[in-house]
Design a protein around this ligand. Structure first.
Ligand SMILES: [Zn+2]
Length: 243
């Protein structure tokens, strides 16, 4: 948008005033400070012209902030409920309130982009569909979120019910990409969800993560450490920009 800077002599105040207006509107005829002031229309002159990418009002003040996301992308808060030490059901439409992972599109179908992995106290994965094994051995649960789209992560928040034992959260970005390649980034480290019950994670600015099914470069891993077999339900909201 082209803008013009005008100079106007205000006879009432006896001084020059400047005002920036879009080039496609009429030149100002009044004092920008007070419309009742006396202004000689012949004193109005253009003293500057520029292209501006920002919207301004009659005083040249900024109306809108700089864009954050790329063209056509919009903000979306993605909610998901995660339950630790729980076998992941193969059919995400069953019993929505009692799944290891619940995250749904507006039409009710599951996003299906989070996988769960369980570990025992020795750090060995518990590859099993037997819930009783998880009940007696699982002390760490990973939730790997890997949407099949590019996005910019802004932050998020995690909620947990009051009164549950210590449940600690780590978030690792692109865990399979080496640090030297910009991956394996720790976004959250050892946060005790039980102490706060609600944790806000604000990245201050967005960070773009590109989907790649081979390198898993947009994967976010939630590592949750909890008492043996604990069924801690974490309600998580990812704040991100997506197309
Ligand atoms: Zn004036």
């Amino acid at each position: 948008m082209d803008v013009l800077k005008y100079r106007i002599f205000c006879a009432t105040e006896g001084i020059n005033k400047e005002v920036i207006l879009p080039a496609d509107v009429l030149a100002p005829t009044t004092c920008p400070s007070d419309g009742t002031h006396t202004v000689d229309p012949s004193s109005v002159v253009v003293v500057g012209k520029s292209q501006s990418l920002v919207a301004t009002d009659a005083d040249g003040a900024l109306l809108a902030r700089t864009k954050q996301a790329t063209k056509g992308w919009s903000f979306q808060a993605r909610g998901c409920d995660l339950i630790t030490s729980k076998v992941q059901h193969s059919d995400p439409t069953i019993n929505m309130t009692d799944l290891a992972i619940s995250t749904f599109r507006p039409d009710g179908t599951g996003w299906g982009d989070i996988t769960v992995t369980h570990f025992d106290a020795a750090g060995n994965p518990l590859i099993t569909s037997d819930q009783s094994i998880l009940d007696s051995q699982c002390v760490t649960t990973w939730f790997d979120w890997e949407p099949d789209y590019d996005y910019e992560i802004i932050g998020g928040n995690a909620n947990i019910a009051a009164g549950v034992p210590d449940v600690r959260l780590w978030i690792i970005g692109a865990p399979y990409v080496p640090s030297s390649m910009g991956g394996n980034v720790t976004f959250a480290s050892g946060i005790n969800l039980s102490a706060a019950e609600k944790v806000n994670l604000d990245g201050r600015t967005s960070k773009r993560l590109f989907y790649n099914p081979v390198y898993h470069s947009n994967m976010l891993r939630l590592m949750v450490v909890h008492p043996v077999g604990a069924k801690a339900k974490i309600s998580l909201v990812w704040e991100h920009y997506k197309s």
